[in-house]
Design a binder for this molecule. Structure first.
Ligand code: SF4
Length: 429
C-alpha cells in the first residue's frame, strides 16, 4: 500500500469507492460486482469499526496524518518526474524539489495531525525532500526501463461469475524488456519491512493479477517496493499458486464483510493515526471531556468514576500488602506461643499449616513432563479439569464448526459479564 494511502485511505480512493457503491459500472451484467480495493480490505483487517465508519456510514473526515500528507506530496513529485520523462523532458533535481515544496505549501491544511510531536512540519517536509534526492541520485537519468503507466487504474473480477471485483491504482508500471513487467510501489513509511513481510504483501499481488489479465502474454511480473526513507528497493515474485490462494482468501473475506453485522473495534498502534478517534467507542470519552473547564472536568461522571476506581485499587493493593504482613505476624506469634487459634472480643483467627507440593504452572517449562507422567500413569482424568474460559473463547471464535458450537452452546448460558480494568494513561491513549 502506498504511504499516501496509509494508515487511512486516500481521498481519491474514498471518492472512487463511494462512486462505485452508488453507480453500477457499465459492464454487461444484471448485477454489478461488489468492488473492493486493497486499502478497503486492509481497513477491515486493521479494524472492522473503522471500516464501518469509512465505507458503510461514510463519516466525512478531513483529518490527515502528516506522514500520509508527506507521502502524497512525494508521490505527486515522482508522478511529475515520470510524466515529464514521457515527453523526453528530464526534470532537474532542483526543479523537482521546487515543485515538491510548492505543492507542500499549496496543499497544506489545518486538519493535518502530527502524532509524533518530536518532529516539526519542516522536518517532515525535509524528510520528503531527502526521499526525492536519494531516489533521483539512485535512478537518474531514469532510463533503466520503459514506463507503461503512472497511477495506473486497474480493475478485475475475482471470480468467473463477476460477483466480486478488485480495483486500485498502480504507482508505476514499467517494462525492462519485452514480456516482463515491473509493478512499482513507493513507500515513505519509517518502518523497513523484512523480505518475508513483502513476500506476503497482498496489494501488489492483486496488481499482478490485474496485469496478467490486461497483458496475458506477459512472461514475468516482478513486484518492487521503493522504501524511499531508507533509499532501498525490495523485490518479490508471486507464483500462480500464490495468486490463486490469495484470490480464494480474498473472496472469503469479502463474503464475510458483506454478510457480517458486527464491526468490533480492534485497538492497535495504528489507532493513534485513526481519523475516527473522536467518535470511536475507545476514545470518544477522551475527546468529549477534553474541552470541559477544569471544575466541570473533575465532576464529569465518567472522569469521577475512573478517579474513584483508581484510588480504590491503589488502596486495595496497600491493604493487601498490610494483610500479608499481619498474617506473617500471626503465624510467628502462634508458633512462638504454641497455639492454633487466637481470640479477640469480636473475632478469632485459626492458623494452620497444610502440607502441599508446588507443581510447575501452565507456562512453566517443566509442565509438559509433569502432564506426560500423569497421562502415562493413566490418572489424567482424576486431576484434570475443563478450562471453561478457553472453551468459551474457542466457541465464540467459531473454530470448532457450527454444529459442535451450537450443540455445546446449548449446554451453557449466554453471558455478557463486564471487564473493567484501570490503567495508567499517557497523553493520547
Ligand atoms: S481508533 Fe482504533 S479502534 Fe477506533 S475505529 Fe480507529 S482504528 Fe478502530
Amino acid at each position: 500500500m502506498s504511504a499516501k494511502k496509509t494508515p487511512g485511505e486516500s481521498a481519491r480512493e474514498k471518492a472512487v469507492d463511494t462512486a462505485y457503491r452508488t453507480e453500477p459500472i457499465a459492464w454487461k451484467m444484471e448485477r454489478p460486482p461488489v468492488i473492493y480495493s486493497p486499502s478497503r480490505l486492509e481497513t477491515y483487517r486493521q479494524c472492522p469499526q473503522k471500516f464501518k465508519f469509512t465505507y458503510i456510514d461514510q463519516v466525512p473526515s478531513s483529518l490527515e496524518g502528516i506522514e500520509a500528507f508527506m507521502g502524497s506530496r512525494v508521490h505527486e513529485a515522482l508522478y511529475k518526474l515520470y510524466t515529464d520523462l514521457r515527453f523526453c523532458k528530464l526534470t532537474s533535481l532542483e526543479d523537482l524539489l521546487a515543485y515538491y515544496r510548492e505543492i507542500w505549501e499549496n496543499e497544506w491544511h489545518g486538519d493535518i495531525q502530527i502524532i509524533r510531536d518530536e518532529l516539526t512540519p519542516d522536518e517532515y517536509r525535509a524528510l520528503g525532500e531527502k526521499c526525492l534526492i536519494d531516489y533521483y541520485r539512485r535512478y537518474a537519468p531514469f532510463d533503466q526501463t520503459r514506463t507503461l503507466g503512472l497511477e495506473h487504474p486497474v480493475q478485475f473480477n475475482l471470480d468467473p461469475d463477476g460477483r466480486y471485483a478488485m480495483k486500485g491504482f498502480i504507482d508505476r508500471l514499467s517494462q525492462p524488456k519485452d514480456g516482463v513487467i515491473w509493478i512499482h510501489d513507493y513507500k515513505t513509511k519509517g518502518f523497513f519491512p523484512t523480505q518475508q513481510d513483502l513476500d506476503q504483501d497482498r496489494q501488489l499481488a492483486y496488481y499482478q493479477m490485474a496485469v496478467q489479465r490486461l497483458w496475458p502474454e506477459t512472461k514475468e511480473v516482478e513486484l518492487i517496493w521503493h522504501y524511499l526513507i531508507f533509499d532501498q528497493e525490495i523485490r518479490s515474485r508471486r507464483t500462480t499458486d500464490d495468486l490463486e490462494a490469495l484470490r480464494q482468501e480474498t473472496i472469503a473475506l469479502i463474503e464475510e464483510i458483506e454478510t457480517t453485522t458486527e464491526f468490533p473495534v480492534k485497538q492497535s498502534a495504528l489507532c493513534s493515526w485513526c481519523e475516527y478517534r473522536a467518535i470511536c467507542p475507545l476514545f470518544r470519552h477522551l475527546y468529549e471531556t477534553a474541552s470541559l473547564p477544569k471544575n466541570e472536568y473533575m465532576n464529569e461522571e465518567g472522569v469521577f468514576l475512573v478517579e474513584r476506581l483508581a484510588a480504590l485499587q491503589i488502596e486495595e493493593v496497600r491493604v493487601k500488602g498490610e494483610i500479608e504482613k499481619v498474617k506473617e505476624a500471626l503465624l510467628a506469634y502462634t508458633q512462638k506461643k504454641g497455639v492454633e487459634i487466637l481470640f479477640s472480643k469480636t473475632h478469632k483467627v485459626r492458623v494452620k499449616i497444610y502440607e502441599n507440593v508446588r507443581f510447575p504452572g501452565r507456562n512453566d517449562p517443566g509442565r509438559p513432563a509433569l502432564e506426560k507422567a500423569i497421562k502415562e500413569a493413566g490418572r489424567w482424568e482424576e486431576v484434570s479439569s475443563l478450562d471453561v474460559f478457553a472453551l468459551s473463547k474457542v466457541l465464540l471464535s467459531g473454530a470448532w464448526g457450527a454444529e459442535l458450537t451450537e450443540r455445546l452452546k446449548k449446554l451453557g448460558k449466554p453471558d455478557k459479564s463486564p471487564w473493567i480494568k484501570v490503567f495508567p494513561r499517557d497523553e493520547r491513549k
